[in-house]
Design a protein around this ligand. Structure first.
Ligand SMILES: Cc1cc2nc3c(=O)[nH]c(=O)nc-3n(C[C@H](O)[C@H](O)[C@H](O)COP(=O)(O)OP(=O)(O)OC[C@H]3O[C@@H](n4cnc5c(N)ncnc54)[C@H](O)[C@@H]3O)c2cc1C
Length: 464
């Protein structure tokens, strides 16, 4: 890994702090297909002319085409078909909830048969591409003079930057952290995507000529004014901010962690400490990931609390089933009301909870059942009740409109109310999947390239 230009921070070596026994516990949930199995699976595909799988993919990868190429033993051709639509095709093959996207749309469901394992086939082609050196052909031999700044090095900005470079535009990504990849590197469960695999993919994008500045947080009017002066267009791919707080007593205790810190801690920080008994608060995919990680790191009991019922939880059904299988205990209609410290005041002794009256109306009103208070003894609490938007930064972007903390854009182009700013990913959609961020980034890049090329012909500048 040579992510070094302008790189004030750490290198891949920091990731090696993840101990070997931890790597073992985070073994991939979907191991790769062997060559023979991949060929057999590819030959099972019906290559539907209307390709419902491709329509269900936010980046519209031509699924029948890439699978056909695998069946013809043309793995590079297959990978290039994937990459043409989705530059993060390798990580998406691992992290996409294929059950509700491409594989969920496979026609085999109509005949009560196993859908084609599209995710595993995509991974098969992408793994071969990386083993072969991961060299991408350029889309344009023309070098343009336009310069674009991307704020944040998550999937949205990476997809935007790669597409612009492939079209011959200059791009620099500014990232506040010391490693790129956003949640792909720091947030997605290690048993789906290893941080090193996320970085390997970004190295391919860097090799296109995308520049990076790490440890460089863009904040305040002066920094934005400088970007405005130095760049023709700015892409906002900052994702979301901190986890929301529970706002209950005891939350300040040191073993109350938020899920993002906890996951990033074991993935890239070498912090694998976990309580013997852990309480996770929340029932989205992040809560499930944190609960399953706590189990893998050695917690004997993991309790997950959610104030509503199983039908209202935000996590995917298949993630919930996996967590149950791994022994996570679910407490529905349960709200934590306080976190109690041990007698010495140093650690956590228990979480105090109350049962919540069932409320199917969807309103957020909460009524506790009388006499329902109880305690769950534990040593660690992990909060996962959603991320809040990065309001301070977003509000300082001149002329950019927000609604409920989300950047407002024109859907087809990612253009904001200020013609010089484009945006995509979680900061626009409020938090979805990696593949949605990639789709946004690429769509914006195509629109930005068109704006830059028109401005170039006219010899003018993009006006705010
Ligand atoms: C715990 C967790 C697990 C997930 N698991 C999955 C999964 O399994 N599959 C899936 O498809 N999706 C998953 N997601 C969702 C997915 O990770 C996100 O939708 C996706 O990463 C969004 O990409 P993004 O580029 O918009 O934002 P991010 O990935 O959040 O990247 C934003 C980047 O911007 C940087 N940044 C922010 N502000 C500034 C600033 N002012 N200056 C410079 N840099 C800045 C941040 O440090 C970050 O690196 C998960 C999310 C979480 C929280």
């Amino acid at each position: 890994m040579a992510l070094s230009d302008g790189h004030a921070g750490r290198s891949e070596h920091a990731l090696l702090q993840v101990r070997p026994e931890v790597a073992e516990r985070f073994a991939e949930v979907h191991p790769p297909l062997g060559a023979v199995a991949a060929l057999a699976e590819a030959n099972r595909c019906l290559y539907c002319f209307d390709a419902p799988c491709a329509a269900a993919c936010p980046t519209h990868i031509d699924v029948p085409r890439f699978i056909k190429k695998i069946s013809q033993d043309n793995l590079r051709g297959s990978a290039l078909t994937i990459l043409d639509a989705n530059i993060l095709g390798a990580s998406c093959a691992r992290v996409c909830p294929v059950e509700v996207l491409c594989e969920g749309a496979c026609v085999f469901h109509r005949y009560n048969q196993e859908p084609i394992h599209i995710g595993l086939l995509q991974r098969h082609a992408m793994d071969a591409f990386f083993q072969d050196g991961a060299v991408l052909p350029k889309k344009s031999s023309t070098e343009h003079t336009g310069r674009v700044a991307c704020i944040g090095a998550g999937p949205a900005s990476l997809a935007c930057a790669a597409e612009l470079r492939l079209r011959g535009h200059g791009v620099k990504i500014f990232e506040r952290q010391e490693l790129p990849g956003g949640l792909n590197t720091h947030g997605v469960a290690e048993y789906k995507l290893r941080a090193v695999d996320s970085l390997r993919e970004i190295e391919m994008i860097r090799a296109l000529g995308v520049e990076f500045a790490f440890g460089d947080e863009i904040r305040g009017e002066a920094a934005l004014a400088q970007l405005d002066k130095d760049y023709d267009v700015i892409f906002i791919g900052v994702g979301l901010g901190e986890m929301r707080r529970l706002s209950i007593s005891g939350e300040q205790l040191s073993d109350v962690r938020n899920a993002l810190e906890f996951i990033a801690g074991y993935k890239t920080g070498g912090n694998v400490r976990v309580g013997r008994r852990v309480v996770v608060v929340g029932a989205g995919n992040t809560a499930i990931d944190a609960a399953r990680a706590a189990k893998r790191l050695g917690a004997e009991e993991v309790h997950l609390l959610y104030r509503r019922g199983s039908r209202q939880m935000a996590a995917f059904e298949f993630e919930y089933e996996d967590a149950k299988r791994e022994g996570v205990l679910f407490h529905w209609h349960t709200q934590p009301t306080a976190i109690h410290a041990t007698e010495s005041g140093e650690g956590i002794a228990a979480v105090e909870c109350r049962r919540v009256k069932e409320n199917e109306s969807g309103s957020s009103a909460m009524e506790f059942l009388a006499g329902s208070a109880f305690r769950i003894p534990c040593e660690m609490v992990i909060t996962a009740i959603g991320q809040s938007p990065l309001l301070e930064l977003l509000k300082s972007l001149r002329g950019v409109k927000l609604e409920d903390g989300r950047v407002q854009v024109e859907r087809a182009t990612g253009r904001t109310a200020n013609a010089k700013y484009f945006a995509g990913g979680d900061c626009v959609n409020g938090g979805r999947e990696v593949v949605d961020a990639v789709a946004d980034g690429k769509r914006a890049a195509v629109a930005i390239a068109s704006v830059l090329e028109k401005a170039n012909v006219r010899g003018s500048h993009v006006q705010s």
